[in-house]
Design a protein around this ligand. Structure first.
Ligand SMILES: [Zn+2]
Length: 97
């Protein structure tokens, strides 16, 4: 059992800290031992000058094609639970989506 969380680099969430917080939150609850999977979503931005799309796992401010800073950020701010399986028995598992 466990949960998956999608985190974008622009969300300002530090994955290591989230993992530590998770362990603390589930300690001595029925979720004790559940794993937290962190899926790191790339930043995706479209250039308003040349329409090129730049992607990266670190925040960036310039278009890779033309070096413009006139970017429309399309993703990278994510902080969302993408799946959660909170039961050991797969037959009775109730995935939350
Ligand atoms: Zn550009």
């Amino acid at each position: 059992m466990g949960a998956t969380v999608a985190i974008g680099p622009m969300s300002t969430v530090v994955p290591e800290l989230l993992t530590e917080a998770w362990k603390y939150v589930i300690k001595d609850t029925e979720l004790d031992g559940a794993t937290l999977h962190i899926e790191q979503v790339p930043v995706r931005a479209r250039c308003r000058e040349c329409d090129a799309v730049t992607e990266g796992h670190d925040p960036f401010v310039r278009c890779r094609a033309c070096d413009s800073m006139n970017l429309q950020i399309e993703s990278g701010f994510e902080l969302q639970i993408t799946s959660a399986e909170l039961a050991d028995d797969t037959e009775n598992a109730s995935p939350v989506r």
